[in-house]
Design a protein around this ligand. Structure first.
Ligand code: T5A
Length: 213
């Protein structure tokens, strides 16, 4: 098994949510703000952010790949994450002040574990293949499922799943946030983007991460 990060310096923040919840906008806001303040910041997305991860992403989101089995889907998400951790994250956690990741293992627990029904297998494999890396803070952007889906213009393979699947996602994320309230903070993402940014800033201040952001 791979060794852990030697000297972790960065605050590791992950941003999670339903489809169309505004993750990309929040991450851009955080990144711009941190960079303006001269804070060494790195942003990743999952699946992706490595050459191999981006290739895996193409398969996972391609609407032509509807035959992909639930287990294969789980393994591909885990593979993309393991590649990101080994290739970039482990080292970058000791080089940057802040690392922001657009989705991380909570998505696997919710999408594959809860909504696709892989439960315990997803939990066990997430633990194994996150290679000891755990976010310091996770922002869950909570929005009404139908509102979020309406914001998406062209739906990918996952977004094209039935409404019942997306409703389960929301239940799954809320369940996780109740399980780990000190790490996972729920942001009401139903209002305007500026309202969402204010909530995020408030959370960072409370968590004493605001000195970095
Ligand atoms: N997945 C991922 C798994 O199943 N398992 C896993 O382990 C992992 C890691 C990845 C997909 O893979 C799944 C989850 C996903 O289905 P992704 O990169 O996360 O894909 O893609 P999406 O979730 O689809 O993210 P997007 O970038 O498409 O959407 P965002 O980030 O949620 O939303 P954003 O900010 O781009 O906003 C979408 C649109 O809505 C508007 C924005 O301006 C934009 O046009 N918008 C708002 N408009 C008004 N008011 C607001 N509050 C708004 N917020 C956003």
């Amino acid at each position: 098994m791979a060794e852990k990060v030697k000297e972790k310096k960065a605050v590791f923040i992950t941003v999670e949510g339903l489809e169309g919840c505004g993750k990309s906008s929040v991450i851009k806001f955080l990144e711009d703000y941190a960079k303006k303040e001269g804070i060494k910041t790195q942003v990743y997305r999952e699946p992706g952010s490595t050459k191999i991860g981006e290739e895996i992403r193409k398969i996972l989101l391609d609407k032509k790949e509807m035959a992909l089995s639930a287990y294969a889907e789980l393994l591909l998400y885990l593979a993309a994450r393991a590649q990101l951790i080994e290739e970039r994250l482990k080292e970058d956690l000791s080089r940057f002040d802040i690392i922001i990741c657009d989705r991380f293992y909570d998505s696997t627990l919710v999408y594959q574990g809860y909504a696709l029904g892989l439960g315990g297998i997803a939990e066990k494999s997430v633990e194994l293949f996150s290679l000891g890396i755990k976010p310091d803070l996770t922002l869950f952007l909570d929005v009404d499922v139908e509102v979020g889906l309406k914001r998406i213009k062209r739906k990918d393979r996952i977004e094209s799943r039935p409404l019942s699947f997306h409703k389960k996602l929301r239940q799954g994320f809320l369940k996780l946030s109740r399980r780990e309230p000190s790490r996972i903070k729920v942001v009401d993402a139903s209002g305007s983007l500026s309202d969402i940014y204010s909530q995020v800033k408030e959370i960072l201040a409370k968590e004493k991460i605001s000195k970095c952001i």
